[in-house]
Ligand binder design. Structure first.
Ligand code: PEP
Length: 252
């Protein structure tokens, strides 16, 4: 049975005192259920403080991006080994904002995924289609290309230490959530595609849904067979909103 992972992507939000309040609220209200895992992904400058603040709690810390390089003359970049050094356990790679706003290709994302794994981080690989691609019935083609770039680069066994997040681009930050059935269809496709390479890895892999998940829609999404948690943007910035999703996971 797969655990449910509820992960908050804080994006470029936060400040020292607001973060302290948010993280202490999350720790105080975290559901005790052992099968529910919690993760926060703050911006780089706050990672060390959030690792310290979550010590001894069930809340893990991850980053939102990582360099594909191990170190050296790459001004402004952050190496995976540095994230491990700080106490991070996860890193998000291939978020649609990185792909769209910063031009990251699936090949770039695969290189970041590989560098995270090499350092001992668990990458959360984001995949998803735009509205235009969905309307053009290209959803599976787009997702297969995003997945295959990583499988080809690192091999299927690497997914034993990774997480996938299905994030339809049209649902991110828009308030438009995929229906549980729409999301389940894609999650099942992702699992089947990986199972084509290794059924054991595919069966144990956590596949999160991301895209305007909130307390009101979380239970329906998390009830689906192949949805193993959520990657949450907007609703991860208030403890009560994030905890409402965690609670839905604990009740499920
Ligand atoms: C995200 O950015 O990963 C995300 C899912 O955002 P939101 O929950 O705000 O749609």
């Amino acid at each position: 049975m797969r655990n449910t992972l509820i992960a908050g992507n804080w994006k470029m939000n936060g400040a020292t005192s607001a973060n302290d309040e948010l993280v202490s609220g999350i720790i105080a209200g975290a559901p005790a259920a052992e099968n529910v895992e919690l993760l926060i992904c703050p911006p780089f400058p706050y990672l060390a403080a959030m690792v310290a603040a979550t010590a001894g709690s069930k809340v893990a810390v991850g980053a939102q991006n990582v360099s594909e390089h191990a170190g050296g003359a790459f001004t402004g970049e952050v190496a995976a080994s540095m994230l491990v050094d700080l106490g991070c356990e996860y890193v998000i790679v291939g978020h649609s904002e990185r792909r769209t706003l910063y031009g990251e290709s699936s090949r770039d994302v695969a290189a970041k995924f590989a560098s995270a794994l090499d350092a001992g981080l668990r990458p959360i690989l984001c995949v998803g289609e735009t509205l235009e691609e969905r309307q053009g019935e290209q959803t599976e083609t787009v997702i297969d290309e995003q997945l295959d770039a990583v499988i080809d680069a690192v091999g299927i066994e690497a997914f034993g230490n990774a997480v996938i997040a299905y994030e339809p681009v049209w649902a991110i930050g828009t308030g438009m959530t995929a229906t549980p059935e729409q999301a389940q269809e894609v999650h099942a496709h992702i699992r089947a595609r990986l199972a084509g390479h290794d059924p054991v890895v595919a069966e144990s892999l956590q596949i999160l849904y991301g895209g305007s998940m909130k307390g009101e829609n979380a239970a329906g999404l998390l009830a689906m067979t192949d949805i193993d948690g959520g990657l949450i943007g907007g609703a991860s910035l208030k403890a009560a909103d994030f905890l409402a999703i965690a609670e839905a996971a604990a009740q499920g």
